[in-house]
Design a protein around this ligand. Structure first.
Ligand SMILES: [Zn+2]
Length: 106
């Protein structure tokens, strides 16, 4: 296991069964001293509509290892509000005359 090879953990059982191990080569630590070793489902409350959500471990893995967002970012909006916010930003860019980036897939 890469996490053991790199010395991030000593034993495989430091990763809970239902967690997704971090890939040290892919994770974007964003300059943080804190090295996460696994992703686990993270409950949070949407800051826009107040609904209770869970940020799934596999979604975090995608966000930090595929999309390369810095690790210190956390979920703060539910899926519906994220869509709304993204549309709002895209519209703002269009209104300001800038090209639209390809939004990340979900
Ligand atoms: Zn919401």
């Amino acid at each position: 296991m890469k996490l053991i090879d790199r010395g991030w953990i000593n034993q495989a059982d430091e990763i809970p069964d239902d967690a997704v191990p971090v890939d040290p080569d892919l994770i974007n630590l964003g300059g943080s001293w804190h090295r996460p070793i696994f992703f686990s489902d993270q409950p949070f409350v949407c800051r826009d509509c107040g609904v209770s959500c869970v940020w799934k471990a596999v979604d975090q893995q995608w966000y930090f290892e595929t999309f390369h967002a810095p690790y210190y970012e956390t979920a703060n909006r539910c899926r519906a509000c994220r869509r709304k916010e993204r549309r709002r930003k895209e519209q703002a860019r269009i209104d300001s005359g800038h090209a639209v980036d390809t939004p990340p897939a979900e």
